[in-house]
Design a protein around this ligand. Structure first.
Ligand code: ADP
Length: 761
């Protein structure tokens, strides 16, 4: 039915509904407002009948239903215009009501009733809470609707359940929230001022701003700390690297200086010898005493210079570790006596009583004569320097026990202060006092002395003699090697006694042999007389004789003229270098011919060096000793090679063939204990003497030693690769007696066979 106001009234089976249609100036179209009425508002019931409605002339509306009818005038209906007010009635945390001033978990949350509260502070742990509320509207409260929103969480209004007016929030993040509540009454009138409650959920301490500031400070602090550490460290590294570089540069500089110094010293040697040798002649020719005096001053100083240069060179060799011992067998008693004898004359000139005492007759042992000679000369010349005229110097040689000999040097000189005794052996060290100032040398003498003694496995020290003076003591270990001794320790069984005795006979004679081939008799004698001190001299008057002697004696070195009758030096050189028995012997050719061509011819013939006449004696001597040194050096290299890998040896082609053959043959006969040098030499087509000399000069080893090295090398290989026992291996490589095997093995490799490689017994 449409009423007089043009509103539509609709009767349903659920009460009456009034629809008002309106328009608005702001928005186009129609607006519909629906209001429903039910029995609680005075209707006869909720069921209305079809077609039972009527609008009277007095604008009354009549609707009929199952329990009667309703008559009313729509304009007189009064509406509920009360603006609904809402209040919060309860606040719960974890479903527990919070009362004003009542502590919850030790904390008062509400200071006044929740109704009057407009702000709540909650801890982050309290974030399960609910609020209950009601509208202060007593006209049909159950037809009121309630809306809420929590700003900061959701921004739309949500409607609550009408029966149960309550909102609950769980797990809210820390932060500030505002809760809005509003109600709409039964006639659609809405609260004007919604209830506002501010809820602050406080973060835990570690999420507060202070905590974040603290974290930031910590992170920044740690960053700064690490940065500082790193810069410090890199600074330190840089400083270290710089220091290292500086030290290295310093070392390099020092090394360069020393190298320069050494090279220069080397250069000094030749001119010095060239000064000294004509000086000798001048001294002999000098007539007046004054001249003699002056010349001997020159000689003394030149000799001093030479000694210093030599010391420097020795020191340099020590420094770079290139010094090795070149031991040979000799009578040490005789050797010391000879060295001491060199001083007899100078000592006498200074009226020093000088003596050598020993109760030993002879002692054969192996030692490096050159180095030991330097030791003795250094100590004796110090004693001489620091002992005043009419003093006393004594050398005493004795045997301490079966293994050590002692050489004592006593002088009655100025002595060395107690605190300096240990230092005088340091390099460049010199005692500083008035007395010694005139005698200053290089400070190297005793340093070299000590190193040489240590190389021999010995010891040296200085002591004060209470009555005044100094005592130097040298201890040297020795192994006596007389004929009787070597018999008691026979060859290892793989070689017969005959071979051993043969080699022993050769070993006795230790001077290098020098063959001089020269047709001019005077020159030959002169050369011989000058070189006799150092070499066993053989002489030949032409090439034919030279070749014959070379083949018979196998000298260590040949010095030959070029122009000679019957066979000249060049042809002889060719023959000697072409014969396997003599090919290793170094040859120096002497010729009056100058010019590169003849030099070339000589060198093509295989000569190792070439000197033109007139030549200087000293240079000749230096050349000879250099060649012999080279030979020794080659021997050392070769020795090293057979020790490491016999099959990889390289020497000059002829020698190479021989050595290869010797190694092959020896390797094939290793397990035969009867395998002898005789057999080996027969196989190689040489006499035993030739083989002996040949092998010795190429390898520095006698045939016995040569075969033994090969046996030991094979043994080492077997020890590494096979499962055989040490004794089995000993027999395998031709040792009848494992005891000897062990001894020689230890001598060669420094360890017992049972400990060689990965073996352990
Ligand atoms: P230098 O070449 O200067 O003699 P050394 O190394 O041989 O160098 O000796 C070092 C120092 O030891 C000498 O400078 C000297 O002071 C002292 N010295 C060596 N031997 C004796 C000695 N017999 N008596 C006194 N002082 C000595």
């Amino acid at each position: 039915m449409e009423d007089s106001e043009h509103n539509m009234w609709i009767a349903t089976n659920r009460g009456l509904t009034c629809i008002r249609v309106s328009t608005s100036n702001d928005k186009p179209g129609y607006f519909y407002n629906l209001l429903s009425y039910d029995s609680s508002e005075g209707l006869q019931g909720e069921m209305f009948n079809y077609h039972s409605a009527y609008l009277t002339s007095r604008s009354e509306l009549i609707f009929g239903g199952s329990s009667g009818y309703n008559i009313f005038t729509p304009t007189t209906i009064s509406y509920n215009n009360n603006i609904p007010r809402i209040i919060i009635t309860d606040f719960q945390i974890y479903n527990k009501s919070i009362k004003p001033r009542e502590p919850y978990n030790g904390r008062i949350i509400l200071t006044k009733s929740i109704t009057q509260t407009n702000e709540i502070d909650l801890k982050y742990t309290d974030n399960y809470f609910s609020l209950s509320f009601a509208a202060l509207d007593y006209c049909m409260p159950n037809k009121s609707r309630y809306y809420y929103k929590l700003e900061g969480f959701n921004n739309q209004w949500l409607e609550t359940d009408r029966e149960n007016r309550r909102v609950t929030y769980t797990n809210l993040n820390p932060g500030k929230y505002t809760l809005y509540l509003k109600a709409v009454n039964n006639d659609g009138v809405e609260s004007v001022n919604p209830v506002i409650l501010h809820i602050n959920v406080h973060p835990p301490f570690w999420k507060t701003i202070w905590a974040w500031i603290l974290y930031a400070i910590l992170v920044i602090g740690a960053g700064i700390y690490i940065f500082n550490r790193m810069t410090k460290r890199s600074e330190r590294k840089l400083a270290y690297a710089r220091e290292n570089m500086r030290v290295n540069q310093q070392l390099e500089m020092d090394e360069m200086k020393l190298r320069f110094f050494t090279n220069i010293s080397h250069e000094f040697r030749t001119p010095l010898t060239l000064i000294l040798s004509p000086l000798e002649d001048l001294l002999q020719k000098a007539k007046s005493a004054d001249d003699k005096e002056l010349l001997s001053i020159i000689r003394r100083n030149a000799q001093h210079l030479l000694t210093l240069v030599n010391q420097l060179l020795d020191f340099r060799k020590l420094d770079t570790n290139v010094l090795t011992l070149h031991k040979s067998l000799g009578d040490i008693v005789m050797f010391i006596r000879q060295q001491v004898d060199l001083f007899v004359e100078v000592m006498a000139r200074k009226d020093i009583s000088f003596s050598f005492q020993t109760d030993m007759k002879q002692l054969y042992m192996s030692f490096d004569a050159e180095k030991l000679s330097k030791v003795l000369i250094n100590i004796l010349s110090n004693a001489y320097k620091f002992t005043p005229a009419e003093g006393c110097i004594q050398v005493v040689l004795s045997r301490i026990d079966d293994e050590i000999i002692r050489i004592v040097f006593n002088d009655s000189g100025i002595g060395i202060p107690e605190e300096e005794l240990g230092k005088i052996f340091d390099r460049f060290y010199q005692v500083k006092n008035e007395d010694t100032i005139h005698y200053q040398g290089s400070g190297l003498g005793l340093h070299i002395t000590k190193e040489f003694v240590i190389l021999h496995g010995g010891e040296v020290w200085a002591e004060r003699i209470p009555e005044g003076g100094t005592r130097f003591v040298v201890l040297l270990p020795y192994k006596e090697e007389t004929a009787a001794e070597s018999e008691s320790l026979p060859a290892e069984g793989e070689l017969n006694d005959d071979d051993t005795a043969f080699e022993a006979a050769f070993k006795q004679n230790n001077f290098p042999k020098l063959l001089i081939v020269e047709d001019n008799k005077d020159l030959r004698k002169l050369l011989g007389s000058r070189l006799r001190k150092l070499y066993a001299i053989l002489e030949a008057k032409d090439g034919v004789e030279g070749l014959e002697i070379a083949l018979r004696e196998i000298p260590d070195m040949i010095l030959s003229d070029v122009m000679m009758p019957r066979m000249d030096g060049i042809e002889m050189s060719k023959k000697i270098k072409g014969d396997i028995r003599t090919s290793h012997i170094p040859i120096i050719l002497l010729s009056a011919k100058t010019g590169e061509e003849s030099k070339l011819e000589g060198l093509m013939a295989g000569a190792d060096d070439y000197i033109t006449k007139p030549f200087n004696q000293e240079i000749l001597q230096i050349k000879i000793s250099n060649l012999i040194e080279t030979l020794k050096h080659n021997q050392a290299i070769f020795d090293e090679q057979i020790r490491i890998e016999p099959s990889k040896i390289t020497v000059n082609s002829l020698d190479e063939q021989l050595i290869k053959k010797a190694i092959e043959y020896s390797e094939a006969h290793l397990s035969d204990p009867g395998f002898s040098v005789e057999e080996l030499s027969r196989e190689l087509g040489m006499s035993r003497v030739h083989l002996y000399k040949k092998l010795l000069s190429i390898s520095g080893k006698t045939p016995i030693e040569f075969i033994r090295v090969i046996r030991l090398k094979r043994a080492a290989q077997l020890l590494e690769e096979s499962q055989l026992s040490v004794s089995e291996i000993a027999f395998e490589v031709g040792f009848n007696n494992p005891k000897y095997f062990r001894k020689y093995f230890k001598d060669e490799f420094g360890v017992l066979p049972s400990h060689y490689g990965s073996r352990s017994e």
